[in-house]
Design a protein around this ligand. Structure first.
Ligand code: B3K
Ligand code: ZN
Length: 879
């Protein structure tokens, strides 16, 4: 077994797991902490003066968390304290009074911190990342979210090098010192857990603005970017102001400090961090102008700026009691950012993109060895649980409550939640309780979504009784066992349906003559819903708006799907009908290809998509979604054993058929949607989305190379440039090489822009693409220490170039294993994201399984295997 072999090989102790069931309130709390940082690249001194209070009734020891710290001094009530023990990850103090002042001085080395957790150097500046458990890499502390303290922070550094010294809350004092150093003191009036602490020091350009809240509070808004990047911060500022206004309008929530700061940094493990009053952002989610960013980048900025801002209430004002409750803040905040983007832009397009993520990678997570409920039960490395399940499925669970309660009752629930829990650390149960109490709707069974992992399969059958005029809908639900959870119970599934008559008019639902809602409460393993007064056999639209995160099985005929693509009242349902139709033909053709047959894609199906393309009443961005095929990864998820090559052939062929059959329409629409000037209005973005979707298809026609070349040469914005390059890459056009060379010449100095180029290199379908990826790693803009660069090149190859990554000779697997071995030492959090493709090894043929397993076993034997990888490798091998 893997577990044994790791234990034999390794001299370090096996990481231990924590269980949700073992939660215990802390023995001590810290009410106030005054921090002083004397910043130096390799030797930073941190003095922490905490006011500590015993909560336990008995005289317990105080056990503080610490990681990689040099302890310099401990004092209790101003006197040196010697009654303590220092272990690898903790500091235990004994014989303490019930209430005291604790002074701890530690020394840390920010420059050597490649983990990008705790205090580290990014570019020329200092910054921090403390969630989930990074504060313990700064000082010994009760580093758990249910200890809430008021923070005061004094930052001292060289004035010329670090003119800006920032921390949470309001700036209360500052001064100059000898030797060219200066200091600034910050005070955050809101008690907070240590994971929300932040410090930044550096030299920046600052974009400033102001916002007056609904109650008249004036807030200074400041966005700090690297020098020279001021012309790329406007969209982030607009998004911030829009977020502040939206949270007031939709949720009645207002900002609570006098200043809101955002700092963009280049070295960052994830997207952004909601530290109180001082968000630290991956520069990818701040910096944008038309020359450097695509429309998708702009949309990402809006969503992430919103997300972090919304955390100020859902996460910061009410935080999590323990990390098992992470979805309390993340699921809810994702729901809020999705609603924000939907209210500001296209609701249908936003919903489609969110659903693609749930149905694709989230469902895949549910099936894999790391499968966990949105509220996990067992954790080895908390950073491994910032997952699609906790975030995206977590948001779907909130959305289901919103669907069940309706907007008004949901808002009443939010109000009650804040009344009860503002300023405290709460649980997921607290949230559901508030929703239940405020609405009077029974959520007893619904709570199971928090504890049960896996994706329910909902099978629907229907029959129509002409004589009785009765339409019967039988719904069965079943969830397959998942890793670590064999037993599955029925869930409360809100199933939104609609019936249409043959003219496409909706039929009002009735049961025994009484009108009933379109929302069916599915609560048992099998239920029958009868609708009366149905005069003709209807067409049913099921799971509208994806009203629950389930796999729907219903035997639709092609005719019904084409009917829904045209007649469904709801845009999402029209798109979904198109997807189901595509899925039918993709499945059939994968089978045909496997048997050596040819592709069958009838003209009637092409016509259905032609109809959507030519429908002038539809939003162009929505049409682009209608015409986008499911990704090869999403398709892979439909199979027990994945045939990457057959899937790739089928998707490629269907693309070519659509391109050839609809070439005239694509060409006409492509030309009609040209815009004289670039702007970032939703309307302009929508037109570009459809125009570039047309280009993507046209790339497969004879005119492709010329059209793509022209677009690349004449483009004045990154969206059109990238669309051209991406089309050239996918269709392997002649113009690809020269465009790639030209782009690299232009942008080598700018890592963020080069990421787009690295992504294309990673996804290059060419046969020797791995060799090319290896060459690309020597490009001057590439740096394995920078998470954005690594993800762009390595993750796009390993996760999004399935045919090349899964090369039969195992070369792709060896490559990933080499990278993981290196990152295991320098940045295990990034390694832990990159390992994902290996976790699915059971879904491939036996040869590929064996090859991937060999690499996993090699990793398991690494001497210094980090907790992050240990947890995943062990689960994958044990499954
Ligand atoms: N809360 C952070 C994520 C922290 C990840 C720690 N590994 C960003 C967010 O979800 O808003
Ligand atoms: Zn979040």
């Amino acid at each position: 077994m893997a577990e044994q072999s790791t234990a034999e090989q390794s001299t370090v102790t096996q990481p231990t797991a924590k269980y949700r069931a073992n939660y215990r309130a802390p023995d001590y709390t810290i009410t106030d902490i005054a921090l002083e940082f004397d910043l130096h690249d390799t030797e930073t001194h941190v003095v922490a003066v905490s006011q500590v209070k015993r909560l336990a009734e008995t005289d317990e020891d105080l056990v503080l968390d610490g990681d990689g710290l040099n302890l310099e001094r401990i004092e209790v009530n101003g006197k040196a304290w010697s009654d303590y023990d220092e272990a690898e990850a903790s500091l235990t103090l004994r014989g303490l009074p019930a209430e005291f002042e604790l002074t701890i001085e530690t020394k840390i080395n920010p420059e050597a911190n490649t983990l990008l957790e705790g205090l580290y150097k990014s570019g020329g500046g200092f910054c921090t990342q403390c969630e989930a458990e990074g504060f313990r890499r700064i000082t010994f502390y009760l580093d758990r979210p249910d200890v809430l303290a008021r923070f005061t922070t004094k930052v001292i550094a060289d004035k010329a090098q670090f003119p800006y010294l920032l921390s949470n809350g309001n700036r209360i004092d500052s001064g100059d010192l000898d030797n060219g150093r200066h200091w600034v003191q910050w005070q955050d009036p809101f008690p907070k857990p240590s994971y929300l602490f932040a410090l930044v020091a550096g030299d920046f350009d600052v974009l400033r603005d102001k916002y007056t809240t609904m109650s008249g509070r004036n807030v200074e808004l400041e966005i700090f970017v690297d020098k020279g990047n001021l012309d790329r911060a406007d969209y982030a500022m607009t998004s911030l102001i829009n977020s502040m206004k939206w949270d007031e309008d939709r949720f009645g929530l207002e900002y609570d400090l006098d200043i809101y700061m955002i700092v963009a940094v280049d070295f960052f493990n994830m997207g952004a961090m909601e530290n109180k009053g001082l968000n630290v952002f991956n520069s990818k989610f701040v910096l944008a102008n038309s020359k450097t960013a695509t429309d998708t980048d702009y949309q990402g900025i809006e969503a992430v700026i919103g997300h972090e801002y919304f955390h100020n209430w859902t996460g910061n004002r009410v935080t999590c009691r323990d990390w098992f409750q992470l979805s309390l803040k993340e699921g809810l905040t994702v729901f809020r950012d999705q609603e924000f983007s939907s209210d500001l832009g296209s609701r249908a397009v936003n919903r489609i993109n969110n659903v693609r993520i749930v149905r694709g990678p989230q469902f895949a997570e549910d099936r894999g060895p790391m499968s966990h409920p949105i509220r996990p039960e067992k954790v080895i490395e908390m950073n491994n649980f910032y997952t699609l399940t906790v975030y995206e499925k977590g948001s779907e669970v909130i959305r289901m409550m919103h669907t069940l309660l309706g907007e008004d009752k949901f808002q009443a629930g939010m109000k009650l939640y804040f009344e009860r829990h503002d300023g405290t650390a709460a649980t997921c149960d607290d949230f559901v309780q508030a929703m239940e109490d405020a609405s009077g709707i029974d959520l007893t069974l619904f709570r199971r979504w928090y504890s049960q992992s896996g994706t329910p399969v909902v099978k629907v059958t229907t029959d129509f009784d002409v004589e009785q005029k009765c339409y019967r809908v039988t719904v069965q639900q079943q969830t397959e066992p998942t890793a670590g959870q064999e037993e599955k119970l029925p869930l409360h599934i809100p199933l939104d349906i609609e019936l249409y008559d043959s003219l496409g008019n909706p039929i009002g639902l009735q049961c025994n003559g009484e009108p009933v809602k379109n929302l069916l409460d599915v609560t048992a393993s099998e239920q029958i819903f009868e609708f009366t007064n149905v005069h003709e056999k209807p067409v049913i639209s099921l799971l509208r708006e994806f009203s629950a995160p389930v796999i729907l099985e219903y035997n639709y005929s092609d005719e019904e799907l084409v009917f829904l693509m045209v007649h469904a009242r709801n845009e999402f349902a029209r798109w979904d009908a198109g997807q189901i139709l595509l899925a039918k033909y993709i499945r059939n053709n994968v089978e045909r290809v496997q048997k050596g047959g040819s592709i069958d894609f009838p003209a009637s199906v092409v016509d259905a998509f032609r109809g959507a393309l030519l429908d002038e009443k539809l939003d162009p961005a929505f049409i682009a979604e209608m015409l986008t095929l499911p990704s090869e990864n999403e398709i892979a998820g439909w199979y027990k054993t994945v045939d990457v090559d057959a899937i790739n052939i089928v998707v490629g062929q269907i693309e070519k058929i659509l391109a050839t059959e609809m070439e005239d329409e694509f060409t006409a629409i492509y030309h009609s949607l040209a815009q004289a000037e670039y702007n970032t209005s939703h309307e302009a973005m929508a037109k570009r989305a459809l125009r570039n979707c047309c280009l993507g298809y046209l790339a497969y026609t004879e005119a492709g190379n010329q059209l793509v070349t022209e677009q690349y040469n004449h483009s004045d914005n990154m969206t059109d440039t990238m669309a051209a390059m991406s089309a050239a890459n996918d269709a392997q056009l002649v113009c690809r090489e020269s465009q790639m060379a030209d782009f690299s010449d232009k942008w080598t100095h700018d890592g963020l822009v080069m990421d787009k180029w690295f992504i294309l290199q990673g996804k290059n379908p060419v046969e020797n693409s791995l060799e090319k990826v290896r060459q690309t790693m020597t490009h001057p803009a590439f740096d394995l220490k920078n998470p954005n660069r690594t993800r762009s090149l390595v993750a796009s190859f390993c996760a999004n170039n399935p045919v090349r990554f899964h090369a039969k000779d195992g070369s792709g697997y060896q490559f990933l294993s080499e990278i993981l071995t290196e990152l295991n030492s320098s940045n295990p959090q990034v390694a832990s994201r990159l390992i994902e493709p290996f976790l699915k090894y059971r879904q491939y043929d036996v040869q590929r399984q064996a090859l991937m397993r060999t690499e996993l076993e090699k990793l398991a034997k690494l001497d210094n295997l980090a907790k992050d990888l240990f947890e995943k490798v062990q689960k994958a091998l044990d499954q």
